[in-house]
Design a protein around this ligand. Structure first.
Ligand code: CA
Length: 219
């Protein structure tokens, strides 16, 4: 899952980046509104964390521009304490949720997880496909109740597929949503991860749709 983090305060930005990376997200960053606006327009994100108080272009204007341009990624806004009108204006401008500073990073992660789920129409934090269950809170995967040990990249590929039940996901899409920007984005490595997943899970669970990509199917 790819997240755009927009925060101009360097210490907080660095802290949130690390928290998101540790949680397994690919993270892109912007520290002013103009860069955020451009970045959000050219890259598909699974979620955006947007501070409203930003230099060059304020966060509310960025959000309004995105929404008027059809950018549909879920957006969590960060608002200053006691600025209740910012929350109202932000939600009216197209924000999906808000957090008031200061906040606990666990709460940020929980809200980001929920936004990503709900964007795919998934209400429960536990995703299931037949005997395969993935808990988005703990990052644990079980098969018929037995734990499955996955590397972080295997987990990221599986989690992305499980967030899109029944959909065909291309290798390019997986690559785009899983790797950091500076990573060598060779889509062949996705094939390697899928191959490893098939050895750890029932092989028929991840179907190859020739020329299009992969689809998760309940056996
Ligand atoms: Ca700020």
């Amino acid at each position: 899952m790819r997240v755009l983090l927009v925060e101009d305060e360097p210490t907080l930005a660095a802290q949130l980046r690390q928290v998101l990376l540790d949680a397994g997200y690919a993270v892109d960053q912007a520290d002013n509104g103009r860069d955020a606006w451009v970045q959000g327009g050219v890259q598909a994100y699974d979620a955006v964390v947007l501070d409203l108080g930003l230099p060059v272009l304020d966060g509310l204007s960025v959000l309004k521009r995105w929404r008027s341009e059809g950018m549909s990624a879920p957006v969590l806004i960060l608002t200053a304490r006691d600025q209740w009108h910012e929350k109202v204006a932000g939600i009216d401008a197209g924000a999906d949720d808000y957090l008031t500073k200061p906040f606990h990073t666990e709460e940020l992660l929980a809200r980001v997880r929920a936004l990503i789920r709900r964007a795919q129409g998934l209400a429960s934090p536990t995703l299931a496909c037949g005997p395969l269950v993935l808990d988005t809170r703990s990052g644990r995967v079980t098969l018929s109740g037995h734990p499955v040990n996955l590397t972080s990249h295997e987990y990221k590929v599986l989690a992305y597929l499980m967030h899109r039940p029944g959909a065909v996901v291309s290798r390019a899409e997986l690559t785009e949503h899983i790797y950091a920007q500076d990573f060598d984005r060779d889509s062949n490595t996705i094939e390697v991860f899928v191959g490893r997943l098939r050895k750890k899970l029932p092989a028929e669970l991840i179907e190859t749709v020739r020329g299009l990509g992969y689809r998760l199917v309940a056996p």
